[in-house]
Design a binder for this molecule. Structure first.
Ligand code: ASP
Ligand code: ZN
Length: 599
């Protein structure tokens, strides 16, 4: 059945592409006219099949089962049969050879067609089918994985909960080790995908899968790595101060000697990516007690309606999957938060497991940032092919900006998380912002994740070296070490969601983190005229108008141009460094006399 469907789409597409070519040649249509006809067809088909595939993937991610996996696989093949059709690729290439005679909007769409085609080129259907099968299998293994602690099942939310609260190092270590159990189960699939993803990317002439992904920024792998290294070079002095302060603090907390590098199980995050829960004077954990998860999601929506945006579509509330699976239900679902533009139209959904705590408060604001980005560019002027962020980091950056905004003390007072007369310890909040959301995250995202995935794809890193390479990056970039040697029987990289289902993408989060400070800096200074570190977006319609203008463009303009137009600046850590300037001074005093760093 699925072979027939895919074959039919493939044949229909080849026919359609040939007809367009013949038609336009015969009628002596201009290149622009030919592009218009072609793009009208592609946009229609793309949107229709995107929807079919999203629906199938949504079912597979919210209810893992062999039936749903099979349907997702079929839908993936159907979309590839259309978008990766050789006839379609040929026509896009032919048109791009005359780009000088085409509108910039057509050129952008055609380039996008080729990038999408490169993800599933039907120049080699067997290869692509093998990849889609392996992708679906990997997602299923990950989403249905059950973690065990001392013989009992433990959910990811429970793992995070224990790491956030336990002060017993032996228990922390056991929980941390439990969180790495999925690695060995995921390694064989990832070995397969390493080869398949690279082979797919090579079909249309990309050097490897990493090169294909960074092409959506108009960059090469070398340029992307250089950009990430530059972020780390600029932020290193601040990171070393934070790292030093934290290891002294944690050594005191656990009654241990001060280590050189921080043991991973001392930190509350499974990957040491966000150093949450260290600054007790900025802790909000108690503030969410007695609140409902529903309140969290509604409050996040109000952030947006308050700045002048429309409410979420009704179907968001009826179709999303927002809360943890109820006790007694046997269904397994993906536990990592995401937001979906199911039909590239008004069907917007979020998949989360919201509980009433700080982490989900921020995450929910982040996810709705994606949702409002979808809504802003869903308009007739933006063709479905370009209903994307200016680049992937802009999308993440919008989410990140909103989670920065929702952590500002005056905003927390407005929504009642903090009482109106709350006297905030300003340095504590700034320190927490740096640790929990920003600076260690850069060394994890620009450093460990990006470099390891570049090795995986661009250098075809031998699976016998995966774990050693992973931990050498964690040690060198993050200054963190495992509680004990992690041999190659483990595959700790694969315990991170994105390594499996969002490959060669993670630098986008680093860029997003840099961008969020640029957007915030502009908004606080120029639009809201409020202090950078204590800025309330609530009810500020001008802030909403600024964000809407930015988001409504979707992918219709080059991201560098959008950034310059909206903030007057190029991509830069300047705004981030300025934001944390008062903190740097404070840290230097606190760390006076301590050896800084781990070398
Ligand atoms: N915050 C990012 C996300 O939305 C990165 C992460 O969770 O690791 O996926
Ligand atoms: Zn996101």
């Amino acid at each position: 059945m699925n072979v027939t469907l895919t074959d039919r789409i493939r044949q229909a597409m080849a026919l359609a592409a040939t007809l367009i070519t013949m038609n336009t040649l015969a009628a002596d249509v201009s290149w622009q006219g030919r592009a218009d006809q072609y793009l009208a067809l592609v946009n229609e088909g793309y949107q229709a099949l995107y929807r079919v595939e999203s629906e199938a993937q949504w079912a597979a991610a919210t209810d893992v089962s062999p039936v749903n996996d099979a349907a997702a696989e079929t839908a993936g093949k159907a979309r590839a049969a259309f978008m990766g059709n050789p006839g379609m690729i040929r026509e896009a290439r032919a048109l791009l050879e005359h780009r000088g005679q085409l509108s910039p909007l057509s050129v952008r769409q055609l380039e996008r067609v080729l990038l999408i085609a490169a993800e599933g080129p039907m120049t080699n259907p067997e290869l692509d089918n093998a990849r889609i099968k392996a992708e679906t299998q990997q997602a299923s293994t990950m989403n249905s994985f059950t973690f065990q602690l001392r013989g009992q099942t433990i959910t990811p939310n429970e793992i995070d909960g224990l790491l956030n609260t336990s002060t017993n190092l032996a228990e922390r270590r056991a929980v941390w080790e439990a969180s790495k159990q999925s690695g060995p189960a995921l390694k064989p699939g990832l070995v397969k995908l390493q080869g398949l993803r690279n082979a797919v990317a090579r079909e249309l002439g990309f050097a490897d899968y990493f090169a294909l992904q960074v092409a959506s920024y108009g960059m090469t792998t070398a340029e992307m790595l250089k950009m990430q290294q530059e972020f780390m070079r600029e932020l290193r002095p601040l990171y070393l101060q934070l790292h030093t302060w934290v290891k002294y603090e944690l050594a005191k907390k656990y009654g241990q000697p001060v280590p050189q590098r921080i043991p991973a199980h001392w930190l509350n995050n499974r990957w040491s990516q966000n150093w949450v829960g260290i600054v007790s004077a900025a802790s909000l954990d108690d503030r969410f007690k007695g609140r409902s998860p529903e309140w969290i999601v509604k409050t996040a929506e109000q952030f947006f309606t308050g700045i002048g945006m429309d409410p979420l579509p009704d179907t968001f509330w009826t179709r999303s999957d927002l809360y943890p699976v109820k006790p007694g239900e046997t269904r397994k679902k993906n536990t990592h938060a995401s937001c979906w533009h199911v039909d590239l139209g008004r069907d917007i959904r979020s998949l989360m497991s919201v509980e009433a705590n700080t982490q989900w408060f921020e995450t929910t604001h982040h996810e709705l940032g994606h949702g409002y980005y979808f809504m802003a560019y869903t308009r007739p002027e933006v063709p479905p092919l370009l209903r994307i962020g200016a680049n992937p980091a802009f999308h993440e950056g919008m989410g990140e900006l909103i989670s920065l905004a929702c952590g500002q003390v005056p905003y927390l007072k407005t929504v009642g998380v903090l009482p109106a007369d709350y006297q905030a310890d300003e340095i504590a909040f700034l320190l927490n912002d740096a640790l929990a959301n920003t600076v260690p995250f850069i060394f994890w995202s620009s450093g460990t994740m990006t470099h390891w995935e570049a090795d995986l794809y661009a250098s075809q890193l031998d699976p016998a070296q995966w774990n050693a390479r992973w931990w050498s990056y964690v040690r060198d970039f993050q200054g963190v070490e495992p509680p004990s040697e992690r041999s190659e029987e483990f595959c700790d990289a694969a315990t991170k969601t994105h390594i499996n289902d969002n490959p060669a993408y993670y630098y986008s989060y680093a860029i997003a983190t840099v961008l969020k400070f640029q957007f915030h800096d502009y908004l606080a200074r120029k639009v809201l005229k409020q202090p950078l570190q204590s800025c309330n977006y609530a009810g500020q319609r001008e802030a909403g108008a600024f964000l809407r203008r930015l988001m409504a463009k979707g992918g219709t303009e080059d991201w560098r141009q959008v950034l310059r137009e909206t903030t007057g600046e190029d991509l830069s850590t300047r705004a981030m460094m300025e934001y944390f300037k008062p903190l740097m001074e404070w840290l230097r005093k606190q760390n006076a006399g301590r050896p800084i760093g781990w070398e």
